[in-house]
Design a protein around this ligand. Structure first.
Ligand code: NI
Length: 172
């Protein structure tokens, strides 16, 4: 296992659209182990997506179970080729990102979603998510389409906040 280098803004590779995973082999699973080790390195992040370490494939890992938001969640998830099939409601909430180390921002996200994906062996998965977990998924899926949360803030003047200290939690 290895901790991988995380790309940060303004790296242009973060703006690319990632490709679907078609081969579910040991190499993929070894990469997922490295991606998880990278997520947990330093203050653990809520989520990480493959393009953040320069692998332009539709792979993400997330785990909101250790955050302060006491809503139902599914714990540790590896989602490959995720697709949102349903969404409801919206709310503003604060987000951060390993690829945007100096800022947090307020972003509007759906509050209730259904997602289909595959696991590291290619088997189908389906989840309903709400609240902070739904937010984290939408944030990570944006990475797969070359989007960052700073692209979604309504106003960079009022909805972006400089971090004083890189705090634990809340990052994806
Ligand atoms: Ni992120």
């Amino acid at each position: 296992m290895a901790v991988l280098e995380i790309l940060t803004i303004p790296d242009e590779r973060l703006k690319r659209v990632s490709q679907p995973v078609e081969v579910f082999d040991d190499e993929l699973r070894a990469f997922i182990d490295d991606l998880e080790e990278t997520r947990l390195d330093g203050p653990a992040a809520v989520g990480i997506a493959a393009p953040q370490v320069g692998r332009e494939q539709r792979i993400l890992i997330m785990d909101v179970s250790n955050t302060r938001k006491p809503v139902p969640n599914h714990g540790y998830l590896v989602l490959i080729n995720p697709e949102i099939t349903h969404w409801d409601g919206y709310e503003m909430g604060r987000e951060g990102c390993l690829s945007v180390p100096d800022y947090t921002g307020n972003v509007i996200r759906a509050t209730h979603i259904k997602v289909k994906a595959q696991d590291p062996h290619g088997q189908p998965l389906e989840y309903e998510m709400e609240g902070y977990e739904a937010r984290a998924l939408q944030h990570e899926m944006d990475h797969l389409d070359g989007m960052l949360f700073i692209d979604r803030v309504v106003s960079r003047r009022t909805d972006l906040f400089r971090r004083k200290v890189y705090q634990k939690g809340g990052k994806g």
